[in-house]
Design a protein around this ligand. Structure first.
Ligand code: HEM
Length: 258
């Protein structure tokens, strides 16, 4: 008996891999169900649901941008000082004294723009394919919350360099919030932690930007992905191309296999 075959008989191997080699449909299903990483994927996906021209990969791109922002954001946190005297100075030091500093900062900035654009386009795709309709209406609502968080992450990050551009942009932004009917003044005060932009605003926005909003985004994304599975996977309209349907029937495929 070969070394590998003998290893496969050991308790160690069997405690990790609980199923046989995936050469039968049953074992193929078991491989997916018994693996912590693979079980996140459905066992079976209709081919037309993962067509690039249907989703344009935009949900996945939004996630990719979020992951890039997390990695580069943690990296930036090693250098950034969230105080009025420290913020701008630490950003300047990052640009000039830190190896790959400007690269990491720009990666963070571009990924932030990318996430806003990807999430917006993803939302548009979901709208135009009618994928917000039952049973996916709750996931649309989760999506709206994700969109708001994305915009808020972008907005709070903008103030952190504490340069003239950031300071005055936030002045304009929070004044826009102020003209919200009825609750405008309260919204502005909650955003600024006072009547004007100051040290308290910086601490509040920093905490929102690096802790509260990313955690909320992760929690909602988990629900979002879970719901996609529970709603029957990515929406897949009945194929409208008659030749495609005929071809599939001739090949003995069920509609789900398309
Ligand atoms: C952080 C932001 C978001 C991430 C990471 C994300 C991720 C995803 C992914 C990976 C999918 C699978 C299909 C695809 O890629 O198109 C999906 C589907 C979906 N998303 Fe999002 N999404 C986000 C924001 C949104 C927003 C803003 C909305 C709408 C307001 C939304 C509504 C939906 C719906 C309804 C589906 C199911 C679509 C279908 O079955 O065809 N998502 N999302």
């Amino acid at each position: 008996m070969g070394l590998w075959a003998r290893f496969k008989n050991t308790t160690l191997y069997k405690s990790i891999y609980r199923n046989e080699y995936p050469d039968t449909p049953r074992n193929q299903v078991l491989v997916i169900l018994n693996s912590v990483v693979l079980h996140l994927h459905p066992v079976k996906v209709p081919r037309r649901a993962v067509r690039m021209s249907y989703t344009w990969g935009l949900g996945g791109l939004s996630l990719l941008m979020f992951l890039m922002l997390t990695v580069t954001g943690v990296w930036l946190m090693f250098y950034y000082v969230p105080s009025v005297p420290g913020a701008y100075e630490s950003m300047k030091a990052l640009e000039t004294d830190v190896i790959f500093g400007p690269f990491a900062r720009n990666l963070h900035r571009w990924a932030a723009h990318g996430m806003v654009i990807a999430v917006w386009l993803h939302m548009t795709r979901v709208f135009y394919t009618g994928s917000y309709k039952p049973p996916r209406e709750f996931n649309w609502v989760i999506g709206v919350a994700l969109f708001l968080i994305t915009v808020l992450l972008s907005f709070t990050g903008y103030l952190l360099p504490w340069d003239q551009l950031a300071y005055w942009a936030i002045q304009v932004g929070s004044n826009m919030a102020k003209v919200t009917p009825v609750i405008g003044t309260y919204v502005q005060r909650a955003l600024l932690d006072g009547y004007d932009i100051g040290p308290a605003t910086l601490v509040r926005w920093y905490t929102l930007h690096v802790i509260l909003l990313p955690l909320a985004c992760i929690a909602l994304m988990a629900v979002h992905f879970w719901r996609i599975r529970k709603d029957g996977g990515i929406s897949t309209p009945i194929p409208y191309d008659e030749d495609e349907v005929e071809g599939a029937v001739e090949a003995g495929l069920a509609a789900d296999d398309l």
